[in-house]
Design a binder for this molecule. Sequence first.
Ligand SMILES: NC(=O)c1ccc[n+]([C@@H]2O[C@H](COP(=O)([O-])OP(=O)(O)OC[C@H]3O[C@@H](n4cnc5c(N)ncnc54)[C@H](O)[C@@H]3O)[C@@H](O)[C@H]2O)c1
Length: 330
Amino acid sequence: MAFRIGIIGAGGIANAHAAAAKDSQGQVEIAGVADMNREAAEKFASANGATAFESAEALIKSAKDHGIGGIVVCTPPSARLPIVAAALKAKLPVMTEKPIAHTLADAKKLESLGKKNKKVVTAIGYCHRFTPAVLKMKELIAEGRIGRLERFENFFACDLPGHQSKWFSDPKKAGGGAFLDMGSHSMDLFHFVVGPSKVVGAVFDYKWKGRTETGATVLVKSTKKGGPNNPGNVAGVILSGWAETSRFTVSVLGDKGMLSYDYENPEVLIFKDLLGKQENHAIETCGVRFTRQLVAFAHAAQGTKQPGLATFADGLAAAAADAAARKAAK
Ligand SMILES: NC(=O)c1ccc[n+]([C@@H]2O[C@H](COP(=O)([O-])OP(=O)(O)OC[C@H]3O[C@@H](n4cnc5c(N)ncnc54)[C@H](O)[C@@H]3O)[C@@H](O)[C@H]2O)c1
């Protein structure tokens, strides 16, 4: 039987979760949706055969009656705290979209709520953890394919002119710009692939007057030894951008070569040795990441541990890196 979820916030990313549910071979289905914009909730509900609710509270209150076993929070980050608190009070598993919150203070509150409600599954939608190429990179680093791990490079950037007039770039509502939005994925990837980080320096760029940063160049380093071939002090070069040429790449470099993955060429993982000799390896597309993540959340909510899912503690780690980079950029 399919695991039934409720979606809170029927905007852009809710559609990625709807597509993931459709792609889950009957493992997950969307049973309910709530949005403060009634029209958005009804449109999403009718496209997905779900029930529309007028608010998150209304959906959470009647979740059991509708067989809803968990919720996915797809609101802007500033709206998350009361919704997650209500879900946890109702003992309803919850996965929220990234970033965990718009401020470090809210991120801390959410992490502590998660800790206090240990028996209820909580997760953050850091979907790149489910990109097959990223998982393969971790495996190949441990096997010694690139030797001693020295550097992690991650560029998530593209041109999003529409963000200039949306909540995304409103300093009060969003809390941060391109670095909080895209860079938080990058920071989580660094933590997932390399280990805990310390921000060393940051330069932010502001193309839109009175709005949040449109670009960020951030240097971090790892603070702990990782697994085999990861002795620590690994550099991370993170580039995030909302108003520049599109690049979605992850590379890891060691003293024997590098592995790189380009989301725009999604079925190839490249290895290059130190002389530049290239091997192309076929890999499953990054397009599976939302489905894999949603299915993992469904399994976790039903009692099977899913170590790949990002936790609220991981969400707080990315939020802390965001705050440190923001300070360094001043
Ligand atoms: N994982 C990813 O790759 C990825 C990609 C895009 C967006 N996101 C994240 O998803 C979140 C949402 O982004 P989006 O692009 O869908 O935004 P959006 O503005 O398109 O949608 C947000 C929706 O939430 C609704 N909403 C706001 N407050 C609410 C509340 N209190 N109760 C119910 N509904 C409420 C809005 O009416 C809107 O329909 C952001 O945190 C964003 O960073 C993640």
